[in-house]
Design a protein around this ligand. Structure first.
Ligand code: 4AD
Ligand code: MG
Length: 431
């Protein structure tokens, strides 16, 4: 029997007889019939001629439709011009027919594509994006492993808020009352540093974001490293290291996919090779004003501000030291200016904006108590968290990086909905 091979491996099998299993992406029929087959690993042109194919297979090829599933057998040859492998077909077996596949090569509207997400993901562009996502996630895990972090999973169900109470999803939890879906694993990572020094979690994260923007999902994946004996500077260093490691991996392993989505790699190469820029929040407000924003010192960025600022920067930018007023309760205070928190956000260029948020954590019990009260949080919910400041408290820091934001930037997508197999947003709970 001829061996089953994957399309991606065919380069080293020129001249051999092989079988492929996959789906018809496209078909052109004239005297010779050209089937573009995809098998999940790649795409290949299969050439069906009356001379080389069995007469049954030649007939069948004339009736095939988009997304028919096939086993197709033939000889691998190099395309006379491109040198890319193609298959000179001898035999075709129809495994599953496909009638009127709804996503044709013509243009479709977003609504239609989103309603057919389960089928849309077969298209070449969506395939390429999700392959890149896979590589970004793999690179992320490899990076933390290599840097000596221990995987330390945070829970999804939680009795209290991490990132403010306005974006919590809640659910009934037996006699205990209400549980919330995790907005961030951070508070549960902090205990981990006292056991392991450097930890990270990587999981789904939920925010009841009531705004419809190109950056916000209600369910997204976040990786969150946390380090003992670390300060704000360590966050900047680790974040740059992570992003550059990811870029290197994607530019190395996913060049084909970047080509499919027609991504200009120059900005990615620049970000991979150059140190990221840094500025304080105060400086960023000054720059935003010169760019035409009406932001005032003390206000958080609007969505347009991040776009405006990051259209003016050619590489990732760290913004640090934000006003405490709009930052989370757990942030350390700037010892040089009590109005500020030692937080930092990494903003991606080409108008993308925030991909990482983090900073140094408050390490004194007294200050944390003050902040819990100030933010109107229930102290009893955080007693366990306060314990960390009672038993060997140390300076510590970490961050969260949203995977979908990174995929959107690296792939230069107009919207995060294409970065994840099943996007969840306000107004979108399908399929
Ligand atoms: O800036 P955020 O809210 O920070 C935290 O949750 C910290 N507790 C993380 C930490 O220090 N361990 O979120 C972190 C990142 C953002 O920079 C962004 O990339 C992503 O999570 N993110 C979202 N991604 C998609 N949709 C949303 N609604 C997101 N909200 C945050
Ligand atoms: Mg943030």
């Amino acid at each position: 029997m001829t061996p089953f091979l994957m399309v991606k491996d065919l380069k080293s099998h020129i001249g051999e007889m092989v079988s492929l299993r996959g789906w018809v992406r496209n078909i052109r029929t004239s005297k010779t019939r050209f089937i573009e087959l995809r098998d999940g690993s790649g795409f290949i042109q299969c050439v069906v001629t009356a001379n080389d194919a069995s007469s049954k297979s030649y007939e069948l090829a004339g009736t095939l439709t988009q997304e028919s599933a096939l086993v197709i057998t033939g000889i691998v040859q190099a395309h006379p011009k491109s040198g890319e492998p193609e298959l000179l077909v001898q035999d075709i077996e129809l495994i599953g027919s496909s009638i009127d596949f709804p996503i044709t090569p013509k243009e479709h509207g977003t609504e239609f594509l989103m309603n057919n997400r389960h089928l849309w993901m077969r298209s070449k562009r969506q395939w390429a994006i999700l392959k890149i996502r896979h590589t970004i996630i793999k690179a992320t895990r490899d990076f933390f492993d290599q840097e000596g972090f221990t995987l330390f999973d945070s829970p999804i169900l939680s009795p209290s808020a991490c990132e403010g109470t306005s974006t919590l999803f809640q659910t009934d939890y037996f006699h205990e009352g209400t549980a919330f879906l995790s907005q961030s694993g951070q508070l549960y990572q902090e205990p981990g540093i006292f056991a392991f020094g450097k930890v990270y979690c990587f999981g789904p994260t939920f925010r009841a974001e009531k705004s419809k923007t190109r950056r916000h999902l209600t369910e997204f994946w976040m990786v969150e490293p946390e380090m003992a004996f670390a300060h704000l500077d360590d966050v900047l260093k680790l974040g740059q290291g992570l992003v550059q490691f990811i870029l290197q991996r994607v530019l190395n392993d996913r060049l084909e996919e970047l080509k499919i989505i027609e991504r200009d790699t120059a900005p990615l190469l620049l970000a991979m090779n150059e140190s990221f820029r840094q500025m304080s929040y105060t400086e960023s407000v000054e720059q935003l004003k010169t760019l035409g924003s009406d932001i005032e010192w003390g206000q958080d960025y609007g969505n347009d501000d991040e776009t405006l600022l990051m259209n003016a920067h050619d590489r990732p930018l760290w913004v640090h030291r934000f006003p405490k007023t709009f930052k989370a309760f757990y942030m350390e205070q700037d010892p040089h200016d009590p109005r500020l928190a030692l937080g930092a956000d990494l903003l991606a260029p080409e108008g993308y904006g925030e991909i990482i948020g983090g900073g140094e954590r408050a390490s004194s019990e007294a200050y944390l108590l003050e902040q819990i009260a100030h933010h109107g949080l229930n102290r009893a919910d955080y007693e366990w968290y306060l314990d960390l400041r009672r038993f060997g408290s140390v300076p510590h820091a970490g961050f969260g990086m949203g995977i979908e934001r990174v995929v959107a930037w690296i792939c230069k997508l107009p919207h995060v909905r294409e970065t994840i197999p099943y996007p969840r947003m306000m107004g979108t709970l399908r399929p």
